[in-house]
Design a protein around this ligand. Structure first.
Ligand code: ADP
Length: 354
């Protein structure tokens, strides 16, 4: 009886938290040990709770730290299993919701693996588009949909149009002149896609353009944010009713702290820009989740660009990527503290405003 009472209480607490936290979820994915650079001699310090997939423990040198998230994916979790947990978010774009999925964490923790995936095992980006194609074809002929994609890179607080003819062209974020308060990016290339071949062609173009403007793509991509922006616009062929949803899939710059003493010039500026935008993102999500009256969208290009997709009844998922190794412990703790902060709820006025 006591167990049942505890379970009921826990369920009530859980339901209450869902009510308070609204549409923001924070998941954690722990990458497998084995292929990490410089990992020889390191050991895993992460343990999981078989009865509770929201808990993650870090045990090192006699110290135990426990973190609670909305869900934790252990290293053996497959790309399919991760996708299963996010697919309802993705299909909600068809119903007109705006959705953001972010991969956060130190370089090497698996952000790109989760979002882009690898050739024979795609990540969320490609699976999301395939799922959207399948769902919209099921809704035909009652509904007609147009799916377009844009790819944007944010490096040192400047936006680049990765699908444009000129890869070094910089983009600006502007307020729509119609007084609606909506933002838009003049000149941002949007390409209509209908098949996996289309997606592969578009992803390739984005990849080539991203590589063109830098000398070392690996280093560059760990210091810039990569956004895949998918718009899904539908019209009901009988009633003329229209829907419009947006899916933003974001592979964030590496969150590792750069030692201030070691970095100078370009490197220092990169580090400052990354710190600023990741902190701004954390502040925005925390403010939204706490329903604070002021949400500081304008503190970085990333949050300003995504303002419309983060506010209102939008849905957000932060996927915090963590390495299980003791050699990465301090960065893992930082990432998990970031996760805890964006998850934490401060009670405030009920309406989230800009
Ligand atoms: P990040 O984008 O955070 O810098 P990556 O996604 O590039 O990290 O991951 C670093 C390396 O580890 C890559 O070779 C990637 O394929 C591999 N990797 C990361 N996560 C996993 C995973 N869950 N399963 C298998 N390999 C992974």
């Amino acid at each position: 009886r006591k167990y049942k009472r505890e379970m009921n209480l826990r369920k009530r607490c859980h339901d209450e938290l869902v009510r308070l936290r609204g549409n923001i979820r924070v998941f954690c994915r722990v990458r497998p040990v084995g292929q990490e650079a410089g990992s020889s001699g390191s050991r895993s310090i992460v343990t999981f709770n078989p009865d509770d997939d929201a808990l993650l423990h870090l045990a090192n040198k006699g110290k135990l730290m426990t973190f609670e998230l909305d869900k934790v994916f252990p290293p053996q979790t497959t790309q399919e299993e991760v996708f299963q947990e996010v697919q309802s978010l993705i299909t909600s774009c068809i119903d007109g919701y705006n959705v953001c999925i972010f991969a956060y964490g130190q370089t090497g923790a698996g952000k790109t693996y989760t979002m882009e995936g690898v050739a024979d095992n795609p990540g969320i980006n490609q699976r999301a588009l395939q799922l959207l194609f399948a769902e919209v074809s099921e809704k035909a002929p009652d509904w007609e949909f147009r799916i377009t994609v844009s790819m944007v890179e944010i490096y040192n607080e400047t936006l680049r149009n990765l699908l444009g003819d000129n890869p070094s062209e910089r983009l600006e974020i502007k307020m729509c002149p119609d007084g609606s308060g909506q933002l838009y990016v003049p000149g941002l290339t949007e390409i209509s896609v209908q098949s996996v071949e289309d997606i592969n062609r578009v992803f390739n173009l984005g990849y080539v353009n991203r590589a063109t403007a830098c000398t070392n793509l690996n280093e560059h991509s760990s210091r810039s944010h990569a956004l895949l922006i998918v718009t899904v616009a539908g019209v009901n062929t009988t009633t003329g009713h229209r829907t419009s949803g947006k899916l933003n899939l974001v592979d964030l710059a590496g969150s590792e702290r750069i030692s201030r003493s070691g970095a100078e010039g370009c490197r220092l500026r990169e580090a400052q820009c990354i710190n600023k935008s990741l902190a701004a993102l954390g502040d925005v999500i925390h403010a939204l989740r706490s329903r604070q009256p002021h949400v500081p969208f304008r503190n970085s290009r990333l949050t300003y660009l995504l303002q419309d997709s983060l506010s209102g009844d939008s849905k957000t998922l932060m996927m915090v990527q963590v390495s299980p190794l003791d050699s990465n412990m301090s960065e893992s703790v930082c990432s998990l503290k970031f996760a805890q902060r964006v998850r934490s709820v401060e009670l405030g006025p009920a309406s989230a405003t800009r």
